[in-house]
Design a protein around this ligand. Structure first.
Ligand SMILES: [Zn+2]
Length: 85
């Protein structure tokens, strides 16, 4: 698929790609794979409106702990040790 749409950040060409997005809600993260328009120049991702709404819903579900629709794929960790000089 080709598109004439341009990146809102740098006016580069947007190319449709299947990308994985990480959605955060509270301390939890869910990954979601979907088609987005990705800028060939700066990597900015532009999502369709319906998808942005879906992302908001998933973030709210994560914040509430309403994760019955989601499949666990592992744990998330925060690195607390600083990088040695
Ligand atoms: Zn761009």
């Amino acid at each position: 698929m080709t598109t004439k749409e341009l990146c809102p950040m740098c006016s580069g060409f947007l190319i449709e790609k299947n990308v994985e997005t990480l959605l955060k809600g509270g301390n939890d993260v869910a990954s979601y794979r979907a088609d987005a328009l990705v800028c060939s120049k700066c990597g900015e991702r532009v999502y369709p409106v319906q998808l942005v709404k879906r992302f908001e819903k998933i973030r709210r579900q994560l914040t509430r702990g309403d994760i019955s629709d989601f499949e666990p794929i592992g744990h998330s960790y925060k690195v607390t040790v600083e990088e040695p000089e």
